[in-house]
Write a protein that binds this ligand. Structure first.
Ligand code: UTP
Length: 289
């Protein structure tokens, strides 16, 4: 079945980026001139997604506004002849059919995804974590969708992380199938030293078959008292198996301060409007370090 629906969970509290995220959703923090969630929506659209459900909560209404038309602003840009900017703004509103639903309590990523059941309506969904921006030629979401269509199993996007850091992530039992694609038969969230399965960890993207929703309904709170998506996917991995794609592209964790800074610097160095001036500035700064 073709994957045309995506879910972006964006209902987290963003405590690692406080106080910036006290009143501002972390998904709206900009990388140069676009909020990070726009990079994620653009990746989904480039991957063939037409319908996107964003899981939000109280105080995240400006995410919806960002993907809406803005008649007053558009009129003003039109009157002042700023037509390129006008077209860019309109394009944002036309990217995809964007839907939102609120996760009324912050009970974990698995609980957030379970809110998407009626949106999925029996179809597979691509999941793009709202605080993971991945930049690359070949959209990461597309690489996972290709694997889903080839193997017919749920897919997780993975990268190897440092062993001393794996306790902050998930850890997967994998076996190579071809090139950067693996079969995954088990996984564990935030493992302690004795439960590390490998240094492959799920980072930011997955494609889930419709069965995930029944499993989620049955999933009890796990690490941190939250309903963990990893615990539900573990059931899939252990029964049908899943595939794991070590995706191409650079992933920036927009949920922590260093990740935000890295994304800003690297995107700025490729941004047509500012790259030359920014490069000069960085060279000057580097001399003083
Ligand atoms: P994180 O683990 O980064 O949680 O969530 P968080 O609450 O946003 O961040 P901190 O730890 O407080 O700084 C991973 C993804 O899952 C979403 C988040 O929005 C993020 O995209 N999420 C998490 C939800 O949508 N709902 C939840 O209950 C938890």
């Amino acid at each position: 079945m073709k994957v045309t629906k995506a879910v972006i969970p964006a209902a987290g509290l963003g405590t690692r980026v406080l106080p910036a995220t006290k009143a501002m959703p972390k998904e709206m923090l900009p990388i140069v001139d676009k909020p990070s969630i726009q990079y994620i929506v653009e990746e989904a659209v480039k991957s063939g997604i037409t319908d996107i459900l964003i899981i939000t909560n109280r105080g995240k209404g400006i995410i919806e506004d960002h993907f809406d038309r803005s008649p007053d602003l558009e009129r003003s840009l039109e009157n002042s002849g700023k037509l390129d900017m006008l077209n860019d703004l309109r394009a944002v509103a036309d990217l995809a059919n964007i839907y939102t639903i609120r996760q009324k309590e912050t009970k974990g990523l698995g609980h957030a995804i379970s809110r998407a059941k009626s949106f999925a309506a029996g179809e597979p969904i691509a999941v793009l974590y709202g605080d993971d921006v991945i930049i690359g030629e070949n959209p990461a979401c597309k690489q996972l969708i290709d694997a889903y269509e080839k193997y017919g199993l749920g897919v997780v996007g993975v990268k190897e992380v440092k062993r001393e850091e794996i306790h902050k992530y998930s850890s997967l039992k994998v076996e190579n199938l071809e090139n950067n694609i693996y079969k995954c038969t088990d996984m564990v969230e935030k493992p302690d030293e004795d439960h590390i399965l490998s240094c492959f960890s799920i980072l930011g993207r997955c494609v889930l078959p419709p069965e995930i929703f029944d499993i989620l309904e049955d999933t009890q709170p796990g690490v941190g008292g939250e309903i963990q998506l990893t615990d539900a996917m573990r059931r899939l991995a252990q029964t049908t198996g899943m595939t794991a794609v070590d995706f191409e592209g650079v992933r920036y964790d927009m949920g922590n301060k260093l990740g935000i800074l890295k994304a800003t610097v690297e995107v700025a160095l490729t941004h047509p409007e500012v790259k030359d001036g920014f490069r000069e500035y960085l060279k000057e700064i580097a001399k003083t370090l």
